[in-house]
Design a binder for this molecule. Structure first.
Ligand code: FES
Ligand SMILES: [Fe+2]
Length: 450
């Protein structure tokens, strides 16, 4: 063997281990993951706002499991395996709703929304009796954090707080629990769930497939951090330009909307485009209350930049002060070459009381604010968006979009999965900027080898 293939290696603090194609294409590996990852870790089940009121429920599909998350009449949050205790029929089909009881479509057993067995038709015909506690829905652990419901099938796993460790305190200043859902999409991808997750563990690809980012983010100076249990984060300067490129003389159009919203004149920045980021921080600090935003818990950098957390094994939290994305990949069926790719977008809506109490006059804002990286603040957050599910061909054909950046990733990803099937591919050969990929796979190894 050559030195290159034998030399022990580290990517920063992350030790090298082999990432071969087996984990992306092998059914056997996928079955191991069911036993050793999905049933052992805390998982994002869905938005907490879908279970705010008694009777609210939603179904989280994690094939072959299906999990009901519910708010009981007594106001308690619960999570249950979605399986009738009579003969194992799936109790509730996918979706969300508000009910007091679920009735099995097969023989009509019904269960209260706290999981307890409510009614069995012809109960007197069960000569073994109906031990109600035993026949109630099987529950799993559930927590609400960061505006999302999290579930865990393993009774012996650490708490969600322990599992996420320092991530908890880092995320909380963004107050994601105060944001409302504005988009709920699922794309059916033709790739392993890790292939798409890997893509969000590195910025190496950004200059190649996301050229628009050069004029609003500085990826080369991003900072990666590594946490226990396979989690990572990356901090990226926003409202700036890629530091590898010549500095443009004029503020790029990608930043105009934000400047206008904050009452800043782009002509003032001719020849000093790199001052925009700092001044956006100052303006947001100054105008926050008049815009209806409370930025008190956030640092100046957090007002202009973007931070992304990759939570093992499958959730990505992208945070900025006014918007929060939860991206999630899930296995699909029994095929390791397929997955679901979900996007929940949540938004902080301006607080009218805060705005009214502000002494700063800011007529340009009228009743709404276009602030942050996204521009449309048309909704008020009171209407839940409908779930939209489509396949990747719809993205490739331009019939659907998950934003231009995610669409660009989706274009690439099926070819990665295809390549994984080739005899000509031995192992991933990462660079230091892909260390978060390695950290993620090392956590996978820890679980699989247990
Ligand atoms: S399987 Fe549900 S009532 Fe029979
Ligand atoms: Fe990307």
């Amino acid at each position: 063997m050559s030195e290159a293939t034998t030399k022990p290696n580290f990517y920063g603090p992350v030790p090298y281990t082999k990432i071969t194609s087996e984990r992306y294409i092998s059914t056997e590996y996928m079955l191991k993951e069911r036993d050793k990852i999905w049933s052992k870790t805390w998982l994002v089940a869905g938005p907490a706002q879908d279970v705010e009121e008694p009777g609210d429920f939603f179904v989280f599909e994690l094939e072959p499991e299906s999990i009901i998350v519910s708010r009981s009449e007594a106001g308690e949050i619960g999570a249950f395996f979605n399986v009738c205790q009579h003969r194992g029929a799936k109790l509730v089909s996918s979706g969300l709703g508000c009910v007091e009881k679920w009735t099995c479509p097969y023989h009509g057993w019904s269960f209260n929304n706290d999981g307890s067995l409510s009614h069995v038709p012809d109960e007197d015909r069960f000569s073994r009796g109906i031990p109600k506690e035993h026949l109630s829905l099987k529950s799993l652990r559930v927590e609400i954090w960061a505006g999302m419901v999290w579930v865990c099938m393993d009774e012996t796993a650490p708490s969600l707080q322990e599992y996420l460790g320092p991530v908890i305190e880092m995320v909380e200043p963004f107050r994601p629990q105060d944001m409302r859902l504005v988009e709920d999409q699922t794309c059916l991808l033709e790739c392993n769930y890790k292939a798409v997750f890997d893509n969000f563990c590195e910025l190496y690809h950004v200059e190649h497939i996301h050229p628009q980012h050069e004029l609003i983010f500085d990826c080369p100076t991003s900072t990666a951090e590594f946490f226990e249990n396979g989690h990572t984060r990356v901090l990226i300067d926003g409202f700036t330009v890629n530091s590898r490129l010549p500095i443009p003389d004029e503020v790029p159009p990608t930043q105009w909307q934000q400047l206008e919203t904050l009452g800043m004149n782009r002509d003032d920045y001719r020849g000093r485009v790199l001052d925009v980021r700092r001044d956006i921080q100052k303006k947001k600090r100054e105008l926050g209350p008049s815009l209806g935003y409370n930025y008190d818990l956030l640092s100046d950098e957090q007002l202009s930049d973007i931070v992304q957390y990759n939570i093992f094994p499958n959730a990505i939290l992208v945070l900025q002060p006014e918007e929060f994305w939860v991206l999630r990949s899930r296995p699909r069926g029994d095929d390791p070459s397929k997955c679901y790719w979900d996007k929940f977008a949540l938004r902080m809506f301006p607080d009218a009381k805060l705005r009214e109490s502000s002494s700063v006059e800011f007529p340009a804002l009228q009743n709404r604010a276009n602030i942050g990286f996204s521009v449309d603040q048309g909704e008020d957050g009171t209407l839940r968006p409908e779930h939209d599910e489509f396949d990747q061909e719809a993205i490739i054909a331009g019939e659907k979009t998950m934003t231009i950046t995610l669409d660009q990733d989706i274009h690439l990803i099926r070819d990665v999965q295809q390549g994984m099937k080739s005899r000509g591919f031995e192992e991933a050969w990462l660079n230091d900027d892909e260390a978060r990929v390695q950290h993620y796979h090392n956590a996978i190894n820890t679980h699989i080898n247990q």
